[in-house]
Design a protein around this ligand. Structure first.
Ligand code: AKG
Ligand code: FE2
Length: 168
């Protein structure tokens, strides 16, 4: 993927926004990130008391020169990110948050983020890197939280667009 937000590749593990209770883990990261005890523990650490209603899960991969540009994650309420692989600390791939925090993740590290309104980016992977960088993220959406627009107002509430247009 190459966008104004940077260059990296993304593997969507689950982009369906299935209700949390019906979401089935298809691979190990989802087995972990959907485990009720873990979700409850992370909700408690981040201060969320409303139940998780849905999740989204994906893997980002950064090769030499890749980075994610400064952006604000506009949906979801809290998330975990597990570093799957990373170059040595002095070879780029640092996650920087505009609030002054920066993190160099090593393989196996788990980061819990309350990500609303925190602009963040990663530094480019340097040519000296001997490994690429990959992170797996599970984003949790709580009841009444920051849902994607299409989920806040499902079109079933208003009927299909064509019917609305015919009425007017
Ligand atoms: O890979 C990272 O460290 C950050 C990824 C990220 O910010 C995102 O997927 O929105
Ligand atoms: Fe992000």
């Amino acid at each position: 993927m190459e966008t104004k937000e940077g260059a990296w590749s993304i593997d969507l593990l689950d982009n369906t926004y299935t209700p949390f209770a019906d979401t089935e883990a298809q691979e190990p990261f989802s087995v972990l990130s959907l485990a009720t005890e873990l979700v409850e523990a992370i909700a408690s650490v981040t201060g969320f008391t409303s139940p998780v209603v849905t999740t989204r899960r994906w893997v980002n991969r950064y090769g030499i020169g890749d980075s994610i540009a400064p952006h604000d994650d506009t949906t979801g309420d809290f998330q975990i990110m597990i570093c799957l692989t990373a170059p040595h600390a002095d070879c780029g791939g640092e996650l920087v948050l505009a609030n002054g925090v920066s993190v160099v993740l090593a393989a196996g590290d788990l980061l819990i983020m309350k990500h609303a309104d925190v602009v963040h980016w990663t530094t480019p992977i340097l040519p000296t890197a001997l490994a690429h960088r990959a992170t797996a993220t599970c984003r949790y959406h709580v009841d009444g939280g920051r849902m994607p627009r299409s989920k806040v107002l499902p079109h079933t509430q208003q009927g299909p667009r064509s019917r609305v247009e015919r009425k007017s």
